[in-house]
Design a protein around this ligand. Sequence first.
Ligand SMILES: *Cc1c(COP(=O)(O)O)cnc(C)c1O
Length: 373
Amino acid sequence: MSLNPTEIDRRLFAMLHHRAHQIGPGDSIAEPLVPASIFHLPDDPEPDRVYGRVANPTVQAAEARLALLEDARTHLFSSGMAAYSATILATIKSGDTVLVLGDGYYAVRHMLAEIFSAYNVEMVTCPAAQIMDAALDGVRLAILETPTNPNLDVIDLAAFARRCQKADCLLAVDNTVCTALTQQPLDLGADIVISSDTKAAAGHSDLLLGHVSSRDDDLMDRVHRARTLAGAIPGAFDAWLLVRGLETLDIRLERMAANAGRVAALLKDHASVVSVRYPGLADDPAFALAGQQMSSPGFLIGVTFADAGRASRFVETSGVFIPTTSFGGLHSSADRRARWGDDVPDGFLRLSLGCEPSAPLLQSVEKGLAALS
Ligand SMILES: *Cc1c(COP(=O)(O)O)cnc(C)c1O
């Protein structure tokens, strides 16, 4: 069950008008940037304006906007992985078990295996395709990602959340790929949302940020305490850039998804393409579930060519996909994931579609495909 679009429109509207309700004559319409490590501190200080590691006005301005989009209390972090580590510090103690996807974001498994294992935290992994049957007995925290990355499988969050509730297991969902505008895990029963705002949320490939959201106030107190004591608050300028990025997120996502839909259709019918994954294609295995759970099939495409050479030739000759890792930026990009050790064919590319005008973009893709025939 996904929220109807008018609820998301309401949240988006509130986010865009957040500052307008607080300003008076002569104030700037745009959010001011306030770089500050210390604040005027009389005898009886405001608890959240004591020192820059605890809070900062511009960081709070970004958090307030994310909170409106998530409809949940939110704290901002210096990267997506900092948001992950605070979530684990706030929910897990020695002897606990964490379930993660075997084919989810790789750094999460490394963090649990290389850092938290030393504190007697056990990690169990399960591939996304089998997650509905994963045993949850003794699992304290399950962390899912949907759509998975890079394979773009979709997991039924409402169904998995019901299993977690029965097993008394917390559910955190990494919502980086969709953002709060496309998918609302908390409304589907998840306890926690984690997001890397480095990707589409900020959207301009110029910063690292992450956030944690939850409707459990005690849990968010612990998340904030973990940030304050471990020190992972972001700088004011990055938070300010995120405020700016969030204001155009919906129109960027719309253009990116329109481009992805057209490129996926073009790739699907081409003789040099072995296979295409895109949740917006009617014959994609994730199509039905994506239609229920996501308000848009998104901007990522998984495409497989016969071998690594052909995949690289497609990227070079099309001239539009910047070879890079990461995704969600304004510029279309391509990442041949086998080079990072993902369990995908050598000729597999994850394409992230950007905000370029569609006609020249499609011409470039056609040129890249023609070079393979
Ligand atoms: C990039 C990414 C992360 C990590 O975020 P950083 O901002 O790079 O620390 C976590 N999860 C997903 C799905 C990501 O794509």
